[in-house]
Design a protein around this ligand. Structure first.
Ligand SMILES: Cc1cc2nc3c(=O)[nH]c(=O)nc-3n(C[C@H](O)[C@H](O)[C@H](O)COP(=O)(O)OP(=O)(O)OC[C@H]3O[C@@H](n4cnc5c(N)ncnc54)[C@H](O)[C@@H]3O)c2cc1C
Length: 259
C-alpha cells in the first residue's frame, strides 16, 4: 500500500474543508471497497478523510412517509433496524444479505452507493424505491444518480449525507449471489406502490436499472419477457444470457415472496 495521510473529520463541514485542502483526497467510510482497492494499487489517495463516525451521517427515521438513512449507517444497522423491518422489509433483507458479518459491520449505505459497483445491492433498492440521494449541497433523484460502471453523478468532493426511500406497500429483494463474495450476480428489487409495481435490477449490466418492459408485462398480466442481454455483463461467473434468464427467475421469486 502507498503512504497516505489519515484524518478523522469532526463534522460534515470539516470533512468538506479537509477534502478541499488536500491534493488527491478520498473520503473513507467503512473502507470495505476503498482499502482493498488501495491494497491492489488501483487507487492511491494522498489523504483519507474518515467520515465513518460523523453523527450527522448516522441514523434511521421515517418522516412524511419517507425513510431516511444516514450515509454512514452500516449494513448491519440497516439489517437490524426495527423501523426498517416494520416499514420496508425488502430493504432489511437486502442489507442482511450483503457480504459477511465483517463487511456488514463496517460497510455503509453511502459508501456502497457512491462506489456504484455493478454487482452492489443498494442501487437496485434506490431505483425501485424511487429514492433520492441527499448530498452536502443538493438532492439527486435515483434516475440521475447512476451514470456508468463505478460512476455516479457526484461531483468531486461532494459528500452523500443521507439516502431517502419512498415507503411502498410491499417490497422484496432477491438475489442470486456470487457464492464467494455474496455480491449479486443478479439481484432484483420489487416494490409495490398502490397499483404501481416497480422492478429494478442489479448485477446484470454496467449499472443497476429499472426494468420497464418487465413492469409493463406484470401490469398487463403477461409472461415476464426475457430482456435483451447484448450489453449485459459476462464473466467467469455467469454469461450475459444466463444473467438475463436469472432476472426473470429472481423477479418471479421476489413477487411471490413479497405477498
Ligand atoms: C468481501 C466483500 C464482500 C462484499 N459483498 C457485498 C455484497 O454482497 N453486496 C454489496 O452490495 N456489497 C458488497 N461488498 C461491498 C461493501 O458493501 C462495501 O462496504 C461498500 O460497497 C462500500 O461501502 P464502504 O462504507 O465500505 O465504503 P468505502 O470503501 O469507505 O468507500 C467506497 C467509496 O465511496 C466513497 N464514499 C464513501 N462514503 C461516501 C459518502 N458518504 N459520500 C461520498 N462518497 C463516499 C469513498 O470515497 C470511496 O470512493 C463487499 C465487500 C467485500 C470486501
Amino acid at each position: 500500500m502507498y503512504e497516505f495521510e489519515y484524518a478523522r473529520a469532526s463534522s460534515v463541514n470539516d470533512a468538506l474543508s479537509k477534502y478541499q485542502s488536500a491534493s488527491d483526497p478520498s473520503y473513507i467510510a467503512g473502507g470495505h471497497t476503498l482499502l482493498p482497492t488501495m491494497k491492489q494499487r488501483l487507487a492511491s489517495p494522498s489523504h483519507l478523510i474518515d467520515i465513518s463516525k460523523l453523527e450527522d451521517l448516522k441514523g434511521i427515521k421515517i418522516e412524511d412517509d419517507e425513510l431516511f438513512i444516514g450515509a454512514a449507517t452500516t449494513h448491519e444497522e440497516v439489517a437490524d433496524s426495527e423501523i426498517i423491518s416494520a416499514s420496508l422489509p425488502g430493504l432489511s433483507d437486502l442489507a442482511e444479505g450483503i457480504g459477511d458479518p465483517q463487511v456488514r459491520a463496517r460497510g455503509t449505505i453511502g459508501g456502497s452507493l457512491a462506489n456504484n459497483d455493478p454487482a452492489a445491492d443498494y442501487p437496485a433498492a434506490l431505483i425501485a424505491l424511487d429514492g433520492t440521494i441527499q448530498t452536502n449541497n443538493r438532492e439527486i433523484p435515483s434516475n440521475d444518480f447512476f451514470v456508468d460502471l463505478f460512476e455516479t453523478a457526484l461531483e468531486d468532493g461532494e459528500l452523500i449525507t443521507c439516502v431517502k426511500f419512498k415507503i411502498p406497500n410491499k417490497s422484496k429483494y432477491v438475489k442470486f449471489p456470487n457464492p464467494a463474495s455474496r455480491y449479486a450476480i443478479v439481484g432484483v428489487m420489487f416494490a409495490e406502490f398502490n397499483e404501481n409495481k416497480r422492478i429494478a435490477v442489479t448485477g446484470a449490466g454496467p449499472c443497476a436499472f429499472r426494468a420497464n418492459n418487465i413492469e409493463t408485462a406484470i401490469a398487463e398480466g403477461k409472461e415476464i419477457p426475457t430482456l435483451n442481454y447484448e450489453n449485459f455483463n459476462s464473466d467467469i461467473h455467469a454469461s450475459a444470457e444466463y444473467r438475463s434468464h436469472l432476472i426473470g427467475v429472481m423477479t418471479k421469486r421476489a413477487i411471490k415472496l413479497a405477498y
